[in-house]
Design a protein around this ligand. Sequence first.
Ligand SMILES: O=C(CO)[C@H](O)[C@H](O)COP(=O)(O)O
Length: 248
Amino acid sequence: MAPLPFSSPPQAILTQDELKKIAAYKAVEFVQSGMVLGLGTGSKAKHAVTRIGELLHQGKLTNIIGIPTSKMTHELASSVGIPLSDLDSHPIVDLAIDGADEVDPYMNLVKGRGGSLLREKMIEGACKKFVVIVDESKLVEHIGGSGLAMPVEIVPFCWKFTVERLRLLFDEAGCVARLRMDRESGEPFVTDNKNYIIDLYFEQDIGDLMVASDAILRLPGVVEHGMFLGMATTLIVAGGLGVRVKNK
Ligand SMILES: O=C(CO)[C@H](O)[C@H](O)COP(=O)(O)O
């Protein structure tokens, strides 16, 4: 009998977390010694922050300053030995690394399902290069069209009034607006800035994103929303076939 042809070794099946880690490590390849870094929030950013800490410890990176986008990331980054600062002292950030909840083909993002959108937007808006890490499940055709939450941070004062104004703004898109609750306490979720989050859900496309963004930001009581339009410069996508890198 003729010998069987060689087949390539079976590919190891990676867990979601391993995929996230591979993508995060890829993002950290963009980091150079001497940089001021925006440190994102979420499961993928967590792997990136831990990796930066390891490289600092090994002496492979030096003179890094991290600007954390949340109290959670602040704690993690200091625990892995990353020297930290803020935008007041370092208003120009060389590079930021963070995850996202949705990414469209133009690299517009939805962020903030983890609740840190305001600090993320301030810090990532101040950076020269913004590397976003996602898995394939986050890729969408239209922002806001996935049926999942589009977060908006609002002041707690008369929040029901603001929720209704937000809902009415997108009435034609079949918008449902819900105050985000903290699963553990059963109380409203409170951000690092002591605000509330309203999650918007749309039945239909919300149309021009810049128009939608301006309309949300014009409402008194709104602090910021989770659409990050035109901000990402590099996208790293982790999928079953490996990691893809896309530049703007
Ligand atoms: O915007 C965020 C937090 O406010 C996160 O970046 C986003 O929710 C993605 O998180 P993960 O990497 O866990 O999927």
